[in-house]
Design a protein around this ligand. Structure first.
Ligand SMILES: CCCCCCCCCC/C=C\C/C=C/C(=O)SCCNC(=O)CCNC(=O)[C@H](O)C(C)(C)COP(=O)(O)OP(=O)(O)OC[C@H]1O[C@@H](n2cnc3c(N)ncnc32)[C@H](O)[C@@H]1OP(=O)(O)O
Ligand code: FAD
Length: 615
């Protein structure tokens, strides 16, 4: 077994180079996941219950900034379980389970993350050879983000538009080998590397992946739900969204993840607040614990309550997930929309609340909360990523809203599923005739709010269809900005207005409408308004915000500056702006201290022995 001291003499990660961090991540991961394999051998964990074990490891101090092997467990294996037929599971699961292959999950592309029906990677069936041809037609079609794909995984699940007999059948999943199992070299037709440094999760080794007419056997299409027969005939799935199953699983698991991170952050901040003494409550007294200040309690105690609330919610959601999946196996799809809406809502709410609470915990610790050694900045980097990955929060909340509006519109014609049954009673006028300051009273109040907001949303949908007019004169635009600023804060501080002003419910409703109209009115001038700040690219220093809008080319150019991408060289142009791609790649490669090695040496030192069960 490897000892911690063997690698960097206990040097804290913050002081390691980019390549040393990667080596550290690989080394810690193979040591940690060798434990999982030992537990498998002793029958202490199985393919159906490994979540807690792996989840505990991924949230532990050993893999404190993520792991290049995380996606293997988080999405590669669940995707095989969820979307491969029995024959395919027999072939791939044992090798994935004992880590003799390492996988990732490649869905997001440079050009698309949310709108997955717009993904550009193609998988075209060739009946003559019984193969699929994978291709990235544009730079924006490059897979971008898959965890572990940069230098670690040798297989991945790829989501691509399926074409057969000249017809597109939408996105489907394929299991694809991307690197040679012996040499770890990228296979011919594969362009692969890491995307570069991020705000957090810098041990995850997120990568990019491009295909150049890359061929795979027909049987590498995951065929539990839809199939392509040898002659190219397409057999469609019972439900078009069954292919989205892996995402639902991870959204459910992320809720558990948030419990772990929030518990950690509020433990750190509360204990520190008991130790920290600052200022006197009365002159001449000893300085008091900052935990005694009501303002400090206001910052922290709700996080303690939230951690417990999220744990209860996560367990309930996990039960619902298993119930619905058992029904799916029996062909009953009735509760799938509810599970989707629930997973979307709880993933979005728990990640957003946890990110806000962790930041509040950091602020509650004053300057010491800003130290990396406090672990609060790192924790914030981990949780704020969860607001984006596995479905950007706004988009997921819109999915939940869609489900709730549909449920409202069918209130009288359809039996309600358990989680929305309250809408039936909340619609009745008598439901909330008075306010009681009890837990039940508050819950009933929020049920009425939910009901009324759904009714408003349904109404707004109709209103929005009626009028959209804009006349962009500068004076008018500035008025719109003032209007927006006022209505935004009026809505943000509504509780104060309701408490201290005679604002009526009707006025609040029209305020909301006016706010949305102002957003719409400002939209055509939004870019012009920020151009007016006249911030030069040199000052912005941002791949996303440059004046010329060449976001994707700049993202790729920056990715290529990573020292980890110098091994092995990329084989094809990446659409660089000046076209001097090969000269630039060679210049960059020569800067790498390890460019003599075609494969990152950690493969032979750690990964290969681990994959061969020799660690
Ligand atoms: C194992 C232990 C682990 C422990 C630690 C865990 C820590 C986790 C760390 C993870 C780290 C990183 C991993 C990250 C991975 C990724 O990010 S993978 C990529 C994730 N990407 C997304 O989530 C994309 C988001 N976009 C979408 O999901 C879809 O585009 C969207 C749903 C927004 C829209 O889909 P459309 O096909 O366009 O659908 P639409 O036209 O809007 O119609 C909606 C319709 O479809 C139904 N629907 C949609 N999605 C689903 C679903 N998933 N299941 C069931 N039904 C679905 C929806 O209900 C609507 O139905 P209706 O009846 O028509 O209203
Ligand atoms: C740390 C990290 C790890 C990741 N790991 C993986 C991985 O392993 N595999 C993988 O495939 N992907 C991965 N992803 C990618 C992730 O899934 C996407 O970033 C995510 O789905 C959001 O898509 P996007 O980045 O294209 O953002 P966009 O969808 O472009 O979002 C940008 C903005 O547009 C808004 N927007 C977009 N669509 C709408 C709409 N319909 N209505 C209203 N507003 C909208 C969003 O709300 C957001 O404000 C990872 C991302 C991160 C940050």
């Amino acid at each position: 077994m490897l000892s911690k001291r063997e690698v960097f003499d206990g040097v804290p990660e913050e002081y390691l180079s980019h390549k040393e961090r990667y080596e550290n991540a690989i080394r810690n991961s193979v040591v940690a996941f060798s434990l999982v394999r030992k537990m498998q051998e002793e029958g202490k964990t199985s393919i159906n219950n490994y979540r807690d074990v792996v989840g505990g490891l991924l949230g532990s101090s050993v893999l404190r900034d993520g792991s290049p092997l995380g996606l293997h467990y988080i999405m590669f294996m669940p995707a095989i379980l969820n979307q491969a037929n029995e024959e395919q599971q027999e072939k791939w699961l044992p090798r994935a389970w004992n880590c003799s292959i390492i996988g990732s999950y490649a869905q997001t592309e440079l050009g698309h993350g949310t709108f997955i029906r717009g993904l550009e990677t193609t998988a075209t069936y060739d009946a003559a050879t019984k193969q699929f041809v994978l291709h990235s037609p544009t730079l924006t079609a490059y897979k971008w983000w898959p965890g572990g794909l940069g230098q670690t995984a040798n297989y991945c699940i790829v989501v691509a538009q399926l074409y057969t007999k000249g017809q597109c059948h939408g996105i489907h999943s394929f299991i694809i080998q991307v690197r040679d199992e012996e040499t770890h070299m990228p296979l011919p037709g594969i362009k692969i590397g890491e995307i570069g440094a991020k705000l957090g999760l810098n041990a995850v080794n997120n990568g990019f992946l491009g295909f150049d007419n890359y061929r795979i056997p027909r049987t590498n299409m995951l065929m539990k739900h839809a199939q392509v027969l040898e002659d190219g005939t397409y057999v469609k799935s019972r439900h078009s969204k069954l292919n989205y199953g892996a995402m639902v699983f991870v959204r459910v698991v992320i809720v558990f993840d948030m419990v772990n991170y929030l518990s950690k952050a509020v433990t750190i901040a509360t204990r520190f607040s008991a130790v920290r003494r600052q200022c006197q409550l009365k002159a001449g007294e000893t300085e008091c614990q900052i935990l005694d200040y009501v303002t400090q309690q206001h910052k922290l105690f709700v996080s303690i309550a939230a951690a417990h609330a999220f744990r209860i919610t996560a367990n309930k959601l996990w039960l619902t997930f298993n119930e619905v999946n058992e029904q799916l196996v029996e062909g009953n799809l009735q509760r799938l929309p509810e599970l989707h809406a629930l997973a979307c809502c709880l993933k979005a709410v728990t990640t957003a609340d946890t990110a806000a609470c962790v930041e509040r915990c950091r602020l509650a610790c004053g300057g010491h909360g800003y130290m990396m050694s406090s672990s609060l900045p790192l924790t914030y980097g981990l949780v704020t990523a969860a607001c984006t990955y596995e479905g950007e929060n706004t988009v997921l909340l819109l999915q939940t809203a869609r489900f709730l509006v549909k449920t409202y519109q069918q209130l009288d014609s359809k039996a309600l599923t358990p989680t929305v049954a309250y809408l039936k009673t909340a619609a009745a006028e008598r439901f909330c005739v008075g306010w009681s300051n009890t837990t039940e009273g508050i819950i009933r109040g929020f049920q009425v709010v939910a009901m009324r907001v759904i009714i408003m949303s349904t109404f707004n949908e109709e209103v929005q269809e009626m009028s959209r007019t804009v006349s962009p004169q500068l004076k008018e635009v500035l008025h719109q900005l003032v209007d927006l600023y006022c209505t935004y804060w009026a809505l943000e501080k509504l509780s104060d207005l309701l408490l201290y002003t005679p604002i009526s419910q009707k006025e609040v409703e029209s305020l909301r409408l006016r706010y949305e109209e102002t957003l719409t009115n400002l939209r055509p001038n939004a870019v012009g308004l920020v151009d007016a700040f006249d911030l030069r690219d040199e000052m912005l220093q941002s791949t996303l915000g440059s004046y010329d809008g060449r976001v994707y080319e700049r993202l790729m150019e920056e990715a290529m500056k990573s020292p980890l991408n110098a091994e092995p060289m990329l084989q094809s142009t990446l659409g660089s702006y000046d076209g001097r791609v090969y000269e630039r790649l060679m210049e960059e490669a020569m800067k790498s201290p390890l460019n003599a090695e075609p494969v990152n040496y950690t493969f032979h030192k750690y990964l290969k022995p681990f994959m061969q069960g020799k660690l």
